[in-house]
Design a protein around this ligand. Structure first.
Ligand code: MLT
Ligand code: ZN
Length: 462
């Protein structure tokens, strides 16, 4: 079937607003938000129901045109950007955005894939509940993309990755079947846990259309503190002290280099509440029991006394809490204003963090003089964003290889929370053991034998 015949079929399946074909309308779907990945969609389908998603998938399959699922376009690995063949159909779930149900007894939410994360968070909050997925892009990221990439963020330490919130899923598979698994059950061992195949597989195995998410009780008290620490070793000591003192209440434990915060104060005009230090940590804890603030202040006194931290501040108001978080959440934007950056979203076992950072700083400094290291991340999960701001013309792949080789030496992963997308396919093949890649290809072939869904993402195109 020709491209124009497919467009005619899709027009017949969808309503007037359901298909975009004009170049100006396609433009935003042809690149990621940073403009690092670009392509040319044939058209953009915007179905309103799971039945329409199924019909679009079947039509594309019959016509031999690949389908690229698209959420809020906030990804960092090019997973939602089509290739430049001009043949791929972008499938946007943005018109399937309803919150279908919130169960306050079971603390669950049934939400369609196109719902913006912040909208879902606010709906949970209105019922006195917490949807504990928090990331800088929450005002634009959509639930379908968050689940398809198994997004992380800053409260994984307490609540786990996106995967761990999912109780039920509805997906459309490559044969157009609608698999309805929207169960609101904590316990469900009836056969394979197939929903896991579609979470974190970045739209390469099926289209997520709706999910049942496990909510959590909303902690009524919160405390946020920022500490200056001399080095990464000291940051781990503070982490250990925090785990022992208030571990069951710890939402986030973030690490930021002094260099990262210098970028923030320069480009975002934000004021640092503490004097310069090589490293800083940002800690947030939440509990419904009183006494959290006293415990946090005691923790701060203890680590200052032992010299594990050199200075610290506990936020006195919600406004101060927001100001502390703004420092952390502005790092990526400040980095992009500083220049071209090569990102590494790596994780290593927590005790390996100081040795990994030292080895990477040394190797990068030796092989790529002039590179500015911007390291920060979710240290409580072992996840470091080891980003490098590089001179124009620097060889990104060579930098990736140096950093990822060290990640392997330290027993880590080259993709902690941003996914593989199209950005890390080559590095995944290089760094992952071949039986794991063979297994992944077998799953892909079993669920999507014709390579209909998001070809060239996560794995090379079939
Ligand atoms: C963050 O944690 O702020 C982002 O995941 C990091 C990044 O943009 O590299
Ligand atoms: Zn992150």
């Amino acid at each position: 079937m020709s491209a124009s015949a497919l467009i005619a079929v899709l027009k017949g399946l969808l309503d007037q607003r359901g298909l975009l074909t004009e170049p100006a309308d396609l433009e935003p779907y042809g690149h990621d938000w940073r403009g690092l990945f670009s392509g040319r969609p044939l058209c953009v389908a915007l179905p309103r129901t799971v039945e329409e998603v199924s019909a679009v998938v079947l039509a594309c399959s019959a016509a031999g045109h690949a389908v690229v699922p698209h959420g809020g376009n906030t990804g960092l690995s090019g997973g939602a950007t089509p290739d430049d063949s001009g043949r791929q159909v972008v499938l946007s779930l943005s018109r399937m955005a309803a919150i279908r149900k919130i169960d306050v007894y079971g603390e669950t939410m049934e939400v369609e894939a196109g719902c913006i994360l912040q909208t879902a968070q606010e709906a949970a909050q209105a019922q006195g509940l917490l949807l504990p997925i928090t990331l800088a892009a929450e005002g634009s990221a959509r639930i379908g993309g968050i689940l398809s990439t198994n997004a992380g963020g800053s409260n994984v330490l307490r609540y786990g990755m996106a995967r761990s919130r999912v109780l039920g899923l509805e997906v459309v598979t490559a044969d157009g079947a609608i698999v309805r698994g929207l169960r609101h059950l904590r316990k469900d061992n009836a056969g394979y846990d197939w929903k896991q195949w579609f979470i974190g597989s970045e739209g390469t195995l099926g289209i997520v259309t709706c999910a049942v998410l496990q909510l959590a009780p909303m902690p009524r008290h919160r405390v946020t503190a920022m500490l200056a620490v001399p080095d990464a070793d000291a940051a781990l000591k503070v982490l250990r002290a925090a785990r022992q003192a208030i571990g069951d209440t710890l939402n986030a434990f973030e690490l930021m280099s002094g260099a990262a915060l210098e970028l923030v104060s320069r480009h975002q005009q934000l004021r640092l509440p503490l004097a310069h230090s090589p490293w800083f940590v940002l800690i947030e804890a939440g509990s419904s029991l009183p006494g959290l603030r006293d415990a946090a202040e005691a923790l701060l006194a203890e680590v200052l006394e032992r010299g594990e931290a050199s200075d610290g501040v506990v936020a006195e108001s919600e406004r101060q809490e927001a100001e502390l978080w703004a420092l952390r959440e502005s790092i990526t934007e400040a980095e992009s204003k500083q220049g071209r950056s090569v990102k590494h979203d790596v994780s290593v076992p927590i005790p390996e963090i100081p040795a990994f950072l030292a080895a990477a700083d040394e190797a990068v400094g030796r092989a790529f003089p002039g590179t500015r290291i911007n390291a920060f991340g979710h240290v409580g999960d072992g996840n470091i964003h080891y980003n490098l701001i590089v001179p124009d013309g620097a060889d990104g792949s060579a930098l990736n290889a140096v950093v990822h080789d060290l990640v392997m030496v330290h027993g880590g992963s080259i993709s902690a929370e941003h996914g593989v997308g199209q950005y890390r396919v080559g590095e995944l093949l290089r760094c992952k053991a071949s039986p794991e890649i063979v297994l992944a290809n077998r799953v892909k072939r079993a669920l999507d034998p014709a390579g209909l869904f998001n070809p060239g993402k996560v794995l090379p195109a079939l």
